[in-house]
Each structure stands twice: as C-alpha cells, then as structure tokens.
Write a new protein. Structure first.
Length: 367
C-alpha cells in the first residue's frame, strides 16, 4: 500500500491506562483519575436528566449544522451564528484547521511545551514546524514567536491557559502581539480552559475576534462543562473565516446527544460558576503542599497544576499509580521533573497529596 510518506515514524495518541487496567495490575479497589483535566464534579444535573429521558431517534443523522446549539451558543456569546464552527471536540477542529491552511510550502509557529496536536497535524500536512520554547517561567515567548513568523507562515498557535503549564497570556500582551502579526497569518487562540480563569489580567479573547480579521478562538465542552465523552468543541472567528473552513468539516461531525447535552450544559451557568470556585479551592491545596515541601508549582489558571517532584516524574507517576492515582508525567509532556495533576474533588486532592507525601518521603529516583 502507498502510505503518505509523512506518516513514517508517527505514533497514534497514547491514552493513559484505563481505570480497569490499573485496578487489575495493582490489585486496587478504588482508582482516582486526575490525568486528563476532566471535570471531577461531573456535569450539570440538567444534562443528566436530559440523557435519562431522551427518547432519541437513533436511526436519523444528526443536524450537521447543529442549529439549536448554534443558536444557543451565539446568544450566549453575543456573536452571529455564522461565526461558529463545531467539531468533534476541539481536537477535530485542529485537524480541520490544519487541512484547510497547512501545506508543504508553508510553516506554522507554535509554543513548546504546549498542546501536542498542533505539531502532530502539521506533520501530517508536511508543513515546516517552528516551535518556540516557553520562557523559563513557562510564559509564552511572544517576541520569539513574532521573530519566527515570515511570509510563508500560515498559522500561529497560542494556548491560554497553556496546557500543560497552566499560565495565561495577559490580555494586553496578547493584543499587542496580534497587532504585530501580519494579516496573512491566522492566529489561533486555543482557549480550552477559558471557563476556569480568574486572573484579572485576562480578558475574554473573543473580543479580539471583533477587533482583528485573522483571529480564531477554540473552545470546548470537554473540560469545565464536563462533557468530554460527547466530543463537542467550537471555533469562533469572523464569518468569512468560518465560511472558508466549513467545507473542510465532515458533514455530520457532531452527534445528536452531544449537541443537545451541550445546549443543556450551556444553560446551566451556575454549574460552571460552582466548578470554577471549587477549582480555585482545589488548586490552593496543591499550592500549599508545594510551599510546605519547597517544590515549584507555577501559577495555573486551568483545572490542573504542574507540580515539581525533584527527580524522575515518570518514577513519581508510577509510584502514584501503584497507590491508585493516575496523573500525567511531565517527562512526556515537555516539562521533565513535573507532574501534571488534574484538580479533583477536595477529598481526592487530599488523598493524592497524602500518597505523594509518602512517595517523596521515600525519595524520588533521579531522572
Ligand atoms: C483538552 C484540550 C483540547 C481538546 O479538547 P477536546 O476534548 O478535543 O475538545 C484542546 N486543546 C487543549 C489545550 C486541551 O487541553
């Protein structure tokens, strides 16, 4: 078979161990998964009620245009319905954007460490990848990114709050950056953790879509809304930008249950406010632990923290796994020596930190 040669050496996304696997492997009863930034509080009770009662017509295709969700979301965001593009998670929107804009003759600029799907998809398109390292304090090197842009750049990716480091790009800096980016470059602001941010230096990046023709914001129902299983993400941009992207979207890319669940979830902003408050309290548990143990824990505005372990993060993650806690090792995410831990319920955070206390007391092996 004649495979696209660019697939040479590429690996599929490696999911973490499933809860069932960990239970069997380590003979454990209860597993706490704090690895994928899912919402530990579930989702809105309205969504659960709808799912229990939905008598869906399973033989019919979904509304490919997601009309009802589109109307609800455009009302909520105060934008035109034609400024929205829906995807099977923002993951699929990254695929659509890459197919629409990246080819062999171009380059794309992105931060590192950041969300790996930007470079994964750029590789498949055969596009030159220009990764610009974050500063030592994990903030975006926006000047470095500007320098990396040239006449052949088609997309510059930004992630705020950034995964896996958690920091935001302050609004004024973001705006000043976009002002300097040439108009032929699409600036994609991946905003998957928008709903968690409380820092006053942050402002809603959607205002930048009004101000600049070449900005696109990515959001998702997977994180704060607690609907990761349903795969609904969306892009917001100028109508002209969305109109160019829409033909690249598979016709029925979001499903019936997901569209309706997202609309119910959107209507329950009280759940989002409660999630945000509980997340602030949860982050604080980690920050206090880090201070007490002299470990670095950079300020996170998302629902995860990076926590230093002063040794091999792979080894520390494995020790936590044995004790029933699934987290991500930063050794694989571009932040060696750190764990990326999803902020869970107060009880699960306390349990994880007690387990980590034991692990640290035994000494974490060198990387
Ligand atoms: C989780 C995440 C996504 C993907 O979320 P979907 O479930 O595909 O909507 C995109 N970008 C970042 C930065 C993420 O952390």
């Amino acid at each position: 078979m004649r495979w696209n040669p660019r697939l040479e050496g590429m690996r599929a996304y490696e999911p973490g161990k499933t809860i069932g696997e960990v239970k069997r492997e380590f003979g454990l009863e209860r597993i706490v998964k704090l690895a994928s930034n899912e919402n530990p509080f579930g989702c809105s009770a309205e969504v659960k009620k709808f799912i229990a009662e939905s008598g869906l017509e399973t033989e019919l295709y979904p509304d490919g245009y997601a009309t009802e969700l589109r109307e609800a979301l455009s009302d909520h965001l105060g934008i035109s319905p034609r400024q929205l593009l829906f995807g099977g998670g923002s993951d699929e929107l990254i695929v659509i954007l890459s197919r629409a804009l990246l080819s062999e003759n171009e380059n794309t600029v992105m931060p590192w460490p950041s969300f790996p799907q930007y470079r994964h998809n750029a590789r498949i398109q055969g596009t030159e990848i220009r990764e610009v390292s974050l500063h030592e304090d994990f903030s975006h090197d926006l000047d470095g990114m500007l320098k990396a842009i040239d006449e052949n750049t088609s997309i510059v990716w930004l992630c705020t709050p950034n995964n896996p480091t958690g920091g935001i790009i302050p609004h004024e800096e973001l705006k000043a950056f976009i002002r300097k980016v040439p108009e032929h470059v699409l600036v994609i602001v991946d905003n998957a953790y928008h709903e968690f941010v409380t820092d006053p230096a942050y402002a809603d990046p959607l205002t930048l879509v009004e101000e600049f023709p070449n900005v696109l914001v990515l959001r998702t129902f997977s994180k704060a809304y607690g609907l990761a299983a349903f795969r609904i993400g969306y892009a917001v941009a100028r109508e002209e930008v969305i109109a160019k992207l829409d033909p690249v979207r598979p016709p029925f890319n979001t499903n019936v249950l997901g569209q309706q669940a997202a609309a119910f979830a959107l209507a329950d902003q009280e759940f989002i406010a409660r999630t945000r408050q509980q997340n602030v309290a949860g982050k604080d548990q980690y920050v206090r632990f880090a201070e007490a143990h002299g470990l670095n824990c950079p300020v996170s505005e998302a629902n995860f923290v990076l926590l230093e372990v002063k040794g091999s993060a792979d080894a520390a993650a494995y020790e936590l796994l044995k004790r029933g806690y699934i987290v991500r090792s930063g050794d694989k995410l571009g932040t060696p020596g750190y764990l990326r831990i999803t902020v869970g319920t107060q009880e699960d955070n306390a349990g994880l930190l007690a387990a980590l206390e034991q692990v640290l007391a035994h000494g974490v092996p060198e990387a």
